[in-house]
Write a protein that binds this ligand. Structure first.
Ligand SMILES: [Zn+2]
Ligand SMILES: [Zn+2]
Length: 146
């Protein structure tokens, strides 16, 4: 049986206990159990706040229930894949400056820092930069200091 560790409770659970992400092949990083508990204790006010922020900033109208169901909890950064502990941000995968729309398919939760790093680059451009940086810093130390 395939299992997966929930990043919330830390328990290993069967993959059937994780919801599939909307329009994505990956699974949510919290198990259904943790998700239910979280939803019960957190009011939906934050989704309403998000809907009004998006309306004010980008002039788009989303129902808060649509945001909640389609974006999902801001628990994992789509750039680095690590859990988001605080300051979740929505990134335009295709930046607005590059013609990307404020649509649910173009918005993903990220870390503040990862989002700053990507800035107004397309994903493949950002990955090129990351690769160059890795190449530079993975050189053996005796060469770097020579
Ligand atoms: Zn869990
Ligand atoms: Zn990140």
């Amino acid at each position: 049986m395939k299992t997966k560790i929930c990043t919330k409770c830390g328990k290993r659970r069967p993959v059937a206990k994780f919801k599939r992400r909307w329009k994505r092949i990956t699974l949510e990083s919290w198990c259904n159990n943790c998700r239910t508990i979280y939803d019960r204790t957190r009011p939906y006010g934050r989704w309403k706040r998000l809907a009004s922020n998006l309306r004010l900033r980008y002039g788009v109208n989303f129902r808060y229930t649509t945001l909640r169901d389609q974006l999902g909890e801001p628990d994992t950064c789509y750039l680095c894949g690590e859990p988001i502990v605080d300051r979740p941000e929505l990134d335009h995968v295709i930046p607005r400056s590059r013609g990307g729309r404020t649509s649910l398919l173009n918005l993903r939760w990220t870390h503040h820092t990862c989002n700053r790093g990507k800035h107004d680059m397309l994903l493949h451009e950002f990955l090129d930069v990351v690769e160059k940086i890795l190449r530079q810093h993975r050189r053996p130390l005796f060469l770097a200091s020579a």
